[in-house]
Design a protein around this ligand. Structure first.
Ligand code: HEC
Ligand code: HEC
Length: 372
């Protein structure tokens, strides 16, 4: 609202209004003036309100960044197009995907937080309900071999069904969502553009959401430029020392270039009342108790708090945990059994290196943001 007002005053309104207001005290004239002011307001700002959907999406495409492995999902059966992406984006930011029309995917997966949820330890769904896990970021999903902290979902195209149906997240049924979309003035046209007919069904909805999510690739951090030997990729000596520490102590699980090997591991976090059994929840295998998917370490500057339950608000707390907080479970990962010791210097260098994994272009990319 503020920007609309500023837009009005800035464009035409303010000088006219100021001059006339000084001249008149009559209530009627003020009413008439307000009417014209409102009219000018609407006309002058119309172009800001109606951003065409294609404005930031002319260049949507998916390619494998140089030096990266082949992705697990590559749009082979879901052709990525600007209209499919734009439809997926509209769905992603549409609160009608939730029962009471208050929560969209983007409510929890915020673009400015690299599509994690800034500041929330656990997710907040409809009716202020708390979930039991921290919202993971959304980028480079096409390389994921499974989804969720416990890997309970194995295909990106069915992933959105989970939050929609989850009673503490969106609490809605697919049929309920489809019925709401069918009453919308724009969706039939957008489905037509994306899929060749105006039919709105769950398969198309999921494919469009996947086009949006799968197109979100983060490969422009300083580290990436360093690897590609591009301008802007010159590392400082502290960052390079941090890279060496990282390779020695972290890379076995947080494997470059995605900074995860997608395995499930118990890294010895102290038990809490949530008593989340992690991977074992899916496999029912005792060896998987308290194992969680190794998360990426890209974009940590935007995705705090950390861990599957968001228990740590800072990287220092994560390091403290590794050094001296390892809880000795029978299923504790052998790589972390004795903790990971870091000198003050190593800690500083490691932080400097991890900062080179932050991709500012991702969080600023207008194509991925809600189009208001
Ligand atoms: C109430 C908050 C909330 C909403 C709304 C929500 N999510 Fe999530 N999302 C989460 C949480 C929490 C997880 C992790 C859940 C788990 O591990 O059990 C997650 C996991 C995911 C993942 C897996 C990421 C990974 O690294 O494995 C994807 C993809 C995803 N959500 C997409 C979506 C889409 C698409 C929507 C909308 C249809 C959506 N989410 C709505 C909170 C939310
Ligand atoms: C044995 C495998 C393993 C090693 C070695 C390891 N990590 Fe992790 N890391 C994990 C797993 C698994 C998690 C998620 C644990 C959870 O939430 O239950 C994690 C979580 C993290 C997180 C939180 C990320 C987020 O988004 O929540 C950070 C930061 C992190 N690790 C950094 C490091 C650093 C730095 C090193 C080296 C000093 C390291 N890790 C070594 C497996 C490992």
């Amino acid at each position: 609202m503020l920007s609309k007002l500023q837009c009005f005053f800035h464009n035409f309104g303010y000088p006219i209004m100021k001059k006339k207001l000084i001249k008149t005290n009559s209530l009627l004239q003020i009413v008439i003036l307000s009417f014209f002011a409102a009219l000018i307001f609407v006309i002058s700002c119309k172009k800001d309100v109606e951003i065409p959907n294609s404005r930031y999406t002319n260049s949507i495409s998916f390619s494998i960044p140089q030096g990266w492995p082949a992705p697990f999902y590559n749009f082979a059966n879901n052709n990525l197009t600007p209209s499919g992406f734009v439809l997926g984006r509209k769905l992603f930011y549409d609160t009608r995907l939730s029962k009471d029309n208050t929560i969209s995917c983007g409510t929890c997966h915020q673009s400015y937080a690299a599509f994690a949820n800034a500041d929330h330890t656990l997710s907040h769904g409809i009716n202020e309900q708390l979930g039991n896990r921290n919202t993971p970021p959304i980028f480079n999903l096409n390389w994921h071999t499974s989804f969720m902290w416990d890997g309970g979902i194995n295909h990106i195209e069915v992933q959105p069904l989970a939050p929609i149906a989850n009673p503490v997240e969106m609490g809605e049924t697919i049929n309920g969502v489809l019925a709401k979309l069918q009453t919308d003035a724009n969706y039939p046209k957008m489905f037509q553009e994306a899929f060749g007919s105006s039919e709105i069904n769950s398969e198309r909805m999921l494919k469009a959401l996947t086009q949006f999510m799968g197109a979100i690739v983060s490969s422009n951090a300083k580290y990436d430029k360093y690897m590609r030997k591009e301008a802007g990729g010159e590392m400082t000596s502290s960052e390079l020392s941090g890279l060496a520490v990282f390779e020695a102590k972290c890379a076995a699980c947080h494997k470059a270039p995605l900074f995860t090997d997608y395995s499930f591991r118990n890294v010895g976090l102290t038990p809490t009342g949530l008593n989340d059994s992690g991977r074992a929840h899916i496999t029912r295998n005792a060896a998987d108790v308290y194992a969680f998917k190794v998360p990426t370490l890209r974009n940590l500057a935007y995705t705090a708090p950390y861990m599957h339950d968001g228990r740590f608000s800072t990287l220092d707390k994560v390091f403290d945990q590794m050094e001296s907080g390892i809880y000795n479970y029978p299923t504790l990962d052998t790589l972390i059994k004795n903790g990971i010791k870091l000198s003050a210097q190593e800690r500083n260098d490691l932080k400097a290196f991890l900062n080179t994994l932050n991709d500012e272009t991702l969080v600023k990319d207008k194509r991925f943001q809600e189009q208001l």
